[in-house]
Design a protein around this ligand. Structure first.
Ligand code: SF4
Length: 630
């Protein structure tokens, strides 16, 4: 028995139906803690050489953390890891909702899926019972539809993760849907599900998890909830959730607009958090034990269709709204719903579609290539493009490969405005005057993703400001002078250790990031759950070790990996921003290289971005690395 953990790894080989239950190794727990830590260690150790991300031998690892499923704020995160079809390297993503707690209550900290089922299947887990079942009736259906069907068939108390048509068609940016509107969106792990003929996992758990001091945990948990409710940021943040940041991001000239051609949208007030509250929201919706529900469930009515939808949250507002020039919140919410139902990551889908629209606008492709006329701001054409991508119809077959491959194949210098790093499409912050944030995207281990490091506030306002302070600050849009690029590595590295630590522990970071819930509470909660005194600083060191390990995975899995994989798209260092608060600003190629030099040096990586042997030794990774080299 290990306090805080269910104690078992569940392995399912879909090729032969063999189910194995393995005791959770104590050294894995001590060295890698949980969630993303378990995923990185297992992928490094177990992934066969030269694995095709969509081949039978790829693994899907679904992991919880030690703080998942306990009585404390927002303990419902579930983490997914795989060799990514989008990047060919380390891939992970996470989802809120209720799946992870159900898996843990069923008795499993980790679920590992390998092989390939002979027919469309789903995995049924009810405590001890684990079965691979046919999924013919679910195949081809959208994620919300499938979830409803499962609930009707198995009962409301089953938690479902499922892919949509896009995952079945192996779209490289397909997402996993859960809880009617939550997604594990990034790095294309749903396509790995599809390649394994696996439509869904349904789980119900009725067990319990051992903890070190249950009475003290209950008392502390209650205090923690009270503490969050009483934080000054609570009342301001919850009504709009992540969408509440839209005005500020636009005000500082970081809002992706028209395929990142510019960074300011004059229609932002029509698609911001206030617009959600006024136009579509019916109720707030939260994950397991969440005191700060950021989900905004509502109804979107448009001329292209209507739907009940959770969201859009900020990323979808940025990538489907500003970036596609959809100027009403109802339209953004409907596009968001279409992505969810098809099982497309709304971030990547927004970037791929905006790239197509720019190609079309520039006359590089035409209506014959695409199948109809398309344009920015036109919901019908956007819904059409999302559908052909998810079904791989016509040009959708190329677009389903993601914007990097699509632009390489199309040519005509379209890579310059294919907004991605390492093959993963960029998320909701335009960075031509935010060098720290730019460096965060460039060096993120999964490709261009903000959740690994978010230092936009530091770039704009300096150190010591929370996101809440920044939003509350509001203010006028004004011309910003060019930002200083030197000395960004420390703040970026600190953020790269801090934010992913929540993905190791299995909890949501937003109570800390947005509401200001202090880390000391997590230290105490960790102790009461596990019985182990580990300071936040020690846990950050584990997170730092994992950062080096995921870099080692990328170096091993992607041929020729190094500095050339850390550059942003050329638009960002060749084109000054044409208008808005950052008009004329951009970061030059020389400045990009300077930032990379500083970052590699601070990380203990060589000039090409490869971890040095002394760094691998320093973080205790030598024997793991050697075990795969020998
Ligand atoms: Fe889920 Fe949002 Fe709550 Fe985090 S803040 S647990 S993402 S509802």
């Amino acid at each position: 028995m290990i306090n805080g953990y269910a104690g078992t790894i569940l392995r399912v080989d879909l090729s032969n139906g063999v189910v194995t239950k393995q005791a959770l190794p104590e050294d894995l727990v001590n060295d890698y803690v949980g969630g993303r830590g378990f995923i990185a260690k297992m992928l490094y150790e177990e992934l066969p050489p030269d694995t095709d991300p969509l081949g039978e031998e790829n693994m899907v690892i679904i992991a919880t953390g030690p703080m998942s499923a306990h009585f404390l704020p927002a303990s419902g995160k579930t983490h997914f890891g795989s060799k990514s079809p989008a990047t060919g390297g380390y891939g992970d993503s996470n989802v809120g909702g209720h799946f992870g707690p159900a898996l843990k209550y069923a008795g499993y900290d980790v679920l590992i899926l390998t092989g390939k089922a002979q027919q469309p299947s789903y995995l049924f887990i009810e405590d001890e019972t684990v079965e691979i079942r046919p999924a013919d009736q679910f195949w081809g259906q959208g994620t919300n539809t499938v979830e409803k069907m499962f609930k009707e068939e198995l009962g409301e108390d089953f938690q479902i993760i499922t892919i949509g048509p896009a995952g079945e068609k192996l779209v490289k940016f397909a997402c996993i849907g859960h809880d009617f509107g939550r997604q594990a969106g990034r790095t294309g792990i749903a396509a790995v599900f599809g390649s394994k003929n696996l439509k869904a996992v349904a789980v119900k758990g009725t067990g319990s998890i051992p903890v070190f001091d249950i009475e003290a945990l209950y008392k502390k948990g209650k205090q923690a909830f009270e503490h969050v409710f009483n934080k000054p940021g609570f009342k301001g943040w919850v009504p709009e959730g992540t969408a509440g940041i839209t005005n500020w991001v636009n005000m500082v000239g970081a809002f992706p607009t028209r395929n990142f051609q510019t960074s300011y949208a004059d229609f932002h007030e029509q698609i911001n958090g206030k617009a959600i509250v006024e136009k579509i929201k019916i109720t707030d919706k939260g994950c397991f034990f969440c005191p700060t529900p950021c989900g905004k469930y509502g109804k979107a009515k448009t001329t292209s269709g209507s739907a009940f939808v959770e969201g859009p949250e900020f990323e979808s507002i940025a990538l489907l709204g500003g970036n596609l020039m959809l100027t009403s919140i109802e339209e953004v919410a409907y596009a968001n719903y279409v992505c969810d139902e098809l099982g497309l990551d709304s971030i990547s889908a927004g970037v791929v579609v905006s790239w197509v629209l720019e190609c079309y606008e520039k006359g590089i492709i035409n209506a014959t290539n695409i199948g109809r006329e398309v344009k920015f701001g036109d919901l019908d054409s956007i819904v059409y493009l999302l559908n052909i991508i998810a079904k791989r119809e016509g040009m959708g077959d190329l677009l389903a490969e993601g914007v990097k491959i699509s632009s390489e194949k199309l040519g005509h210098d379209t890579e310059r405005f294919a907004i991605q790093v390492k093959g993963l499409e960029w998320t909701g912050y335009e960075c031509r005057n935010a060098p720290g944030m730019m460096l965060s995207y460039m060096t993120s281990d999964i490709g261009a993703h903000h959740a690994r490091s978010w230092v936009l506030g530091h770039d704009i306002a300096g150190a010591g400001k929370s996101v809440h302070d920044l939003i509350a600050g509001g203010g006028e849009t004004k011309k910003l002078s060019k930002a200083e690029v030197r000395g960004k590595s420390k703040v970026v590295m600190d953020s790269q250790h801090l934010r992913p630590l929540f993905d190791v522990l299995g909890i949501c970071r937003l109570q800390f990031m947005e509401i200001g819930f202090e880390v000391e509470h997590y230290e105490e909660l960790f102790y009461l759950i596990t019985g182990k005194q580990r300071s936040w600083q020690e846990l950050l060191q584990v997170s730092e070790k994992i950062w080096h390990l995921t870099r080692c995975i990328n170096v091993r899995e992607v041929k020729g990996y190094g500095r050339n994989y850390d550059y942003p798209p050329r638009r960002f260092y060749e084109e000054p921003i044409p208008d808005g608060p950052n008009e004329g600003n951009y970061i030059t190629k020389e400045e990009i290289d300077l930032m990379l030099d500083e970052y590699y040096e601070a990380r203990g990586w060589d000039k090409n971005g490869i971890p040095k042997q002394e760094t691998i030794d320093r973080f205790g990774l030598s024997s793991l690395v050697q075990s795969r080299e020998s």
